[in-house]
Design a protein around this ligand. Structure first.
Ligand code: G6P
Length: 368
């Protein structure tokens, strides 16, 4: 394999732009396009129906993919989820009921804390399922079952395409769990699978906002602190947005659940604080918009990531809008991840930072 940036200045840009293709490939691998059903090649060697709990464990961006998936497993499969970062999980002395399912997510498949957590779960009698990008990795080898992400090699230290491919696999798993547990009807499954199949073209649509996003990233570049807000699956995506910006541009950023704003972070808001609000369609969109009003009333400069309806509802209160295509709420995190990645990328490039190799960070953390 020869690492090649193609027509891009950085691997991170190339990997962001590859997403319609690699996410499309990953989705195609896990759905039956004709039957509009989720389809895993081999039957699972465990039964989603008899599970009382799913444990998810990972680090960094992979952890945040798991955090999004928690909402999916709970909503689509009514499966209770325990999720933690691996560095905490491995020492928490979590009691686990033998026969349970533990899910590990890792791009490299070599992260030391994730691997140690996997070994702990095995000792606790769990069935180990992993979502990994490197099929030959230690985590893949030590797992009972592996569901691969087909992102291809990811070179940029800040994870982008691996994240959205992880989301694609995790959504397929949540749908499979929902079917097995008798929660999702065939019609609902069909609707979700159709939405998944539509993701690559929506991603291509979202990438067309790049010029606007590049322009807005200069606003972020001027700031010393940036807040990211979202509700539901947009909450972990807000955490991911803040993580991406910190990693690549070294600007201090925090992600917060939009409804938690009034319990602290609103005290920070003034006219110097850009606030990126992720407000995809869905039952929580209006509640997010009312949080926007609270921020605007304190002079905060809102960058809204939302569709035409959200833009209309929040119009008076926003500094700028990154207008997104219409998406089915269930797949929104896959599509809304792209503007979040592009904001971080362009802020860092504008500031002259080394986006592919940020200081102090490693692509794969193989020591504790
Ligand atoms: C490092 C990387 C992140 C990655 C995390 C987990 O911190 O810089 O991009 O999300 O490790 O890595 P993994 O390979 O386990 O997904």
């Amino acid at each position: 394999f020869l690492a090649d940036k193609g027509n891009h200045r950085h691997f991170m840009a190339k990997e962001i732009h590859e997403q319609p293709e690699v996410v499309g490939r990953t989705i195609a691998h896990y759905v039956d396009m004709a039957a509009l059903r989720v389809a895993f090649a081999d039957p699972f060697p465990f039964d989603f129906k008899s599970l009382s709990r799913l444990t998810i464990c990972a680090c960094g961006t992979a952890y945040l993919a798991g955090y999004v998936a928690r909402y999916w497993f709970e909503k689509l499969a009514r499966l209770p989820v325990d999720i933690d970062v691996a560095s905490e999980f491995r020492y928490r002395e979590v009691p686990m009921t033998p026969g349970g399912l533990a899910l590990f997510i890792s791009q490299s498949g070599e992260t030391a804390d994730t691997l140690a957590s996997l070994r702990y779960a095995k000792r606790e009698g769990q069935h180990v399922l992993s979502v990994v990008n490197v099929a030959t990795s230690t985590i893949a080898r030590e797992s009972d079952t592996t569901a691969a992400t087909l992102a291809g090699p990811e070179i940029g230290v800040a994870s982008t395409k691996a994240f959205t491919c992880q989301l694609a696999v995790l959504l397929a798993l949540a749908v499979a769990a929902g079917r097995a547990r008798g929660v999702l009807s065939a019609d609902e499954e069909r609707r979700i699978v159709e939405a998944m199949i539509g993701v690559p073209s929506l991603m291509t649509e979202a990438l067309k906002r790049e010029v606007d996003i590049e322009h807005l990233s200069r606003e972020l570049a001027k700031a010393s602190d940036v807040l990211y807000l979202g509700r539901g699956t947009s909450f972990p995506l807000a955490l991911e947005g803040a993580l991406k910006l910190k990693e690549t541009s070294y600007i201090h950023a925090e992600g917060y659940a939009a409804g938690e704003l009034k319990h602290g972070p609103i005290a920070l808001v003034d006219e110097h604080m850009p606030v990126v609000v992720l407000a995809p369609p869905g039952e929580l969109m209006e509640k997010t918009v009312s949080n926007i009003q609270e921020v605007a009333a304190r002079g905060g400069r809102i960058i809204l990531v939302g569709d035409a309806r959200a833009a209309h509802e929040a119009a008076l209160d926003t500094f700028a809008t990154i207008e997104m295509p219409d998406v089915d709420p269930i797949v929104a995190p896959l599509v809304y991840a792209l503007p979040v990645q592009l904001l971080a990328y362009h802020a860092a490039v504008f500031m002259g930072k080394d986006v592919d190799q940020p200081r102090n960070l490693a692509k794969s953390v193989t020591v504790e």
